[in-house]
Design a protein around this ligand. Structure first.
Ligand code: DCP
Length: 134
């Protein structure tokens, strides 16, 4: 049985975190996430994140350290979030409904409102801690 690994980018700039609003599937549409996608065979996590953020945001990123929380919502699915910074390009919502730069309070408010993709909620404490020191 093959398992699916998803990498998601925690992109920081100017003291804020970039989040993206999903357009699909219907049960996730309108909710905010760290942008990313599935690691393809032969790719490292870092390769996959660079490719996904190029495809989804049209930016080049440099990849940093992963968050410590690995999300395993069910057997065969694992999500890893990795810190990244934009090297070139201005992010555009190529596949998402919208993009937003948030500070710690914005992120907490979105979570309290039930507007964060369920799998990504586990990363919020670590993201908030990072934002507080950005
Ligand atoms: N996912 C998530 N949180 C994220 C990113 C993804 O919970 N921050 C989930 C949603 C999907 C799965 O991971 O169930 C794969 O995400 P995408 O659809 O964004 O990934 P791809 O772009 O690789 O998939 P596809 O090309 O199939 O649309």
């Amino acid at each position: 049985m093959s398992s699916v690994l998803v990498v998601a980018g925690a992109v920081f700039a100017n003291g804020k975190l970039l989040i993206a609003q999903r357009a699909y599937p219907p049960e996730l549409a309108g909710l905010w996430e760290l942008p990313g996608g599935k690691v393809e065979s032969g790719e490292t996590h870092s390769d996959a994140l660079v490719r996904e953020l190029c495809e989804e945001l049209n930016v080049d990123v440099s990849v940093g350290e992963p968050l410590s929380e690995v999300v395993r919502p069910r057997e065969g699915l694992e999500l890893v979030a990795i810190r990244a910074r934009i090297v070139s390009g201005e992010p555009r919502p190529v596949e998402h409904r919208a993009l937003r730069w948030v500070d710690a309070d914005d992120l907490i408010a979105l979570d309290d409102a039930g507007s964060v993709v369920p799998n990504d909620r586990a990363w919020i404490p670590e993201l908030v801690a990072d934002l507080r020191v950005e």
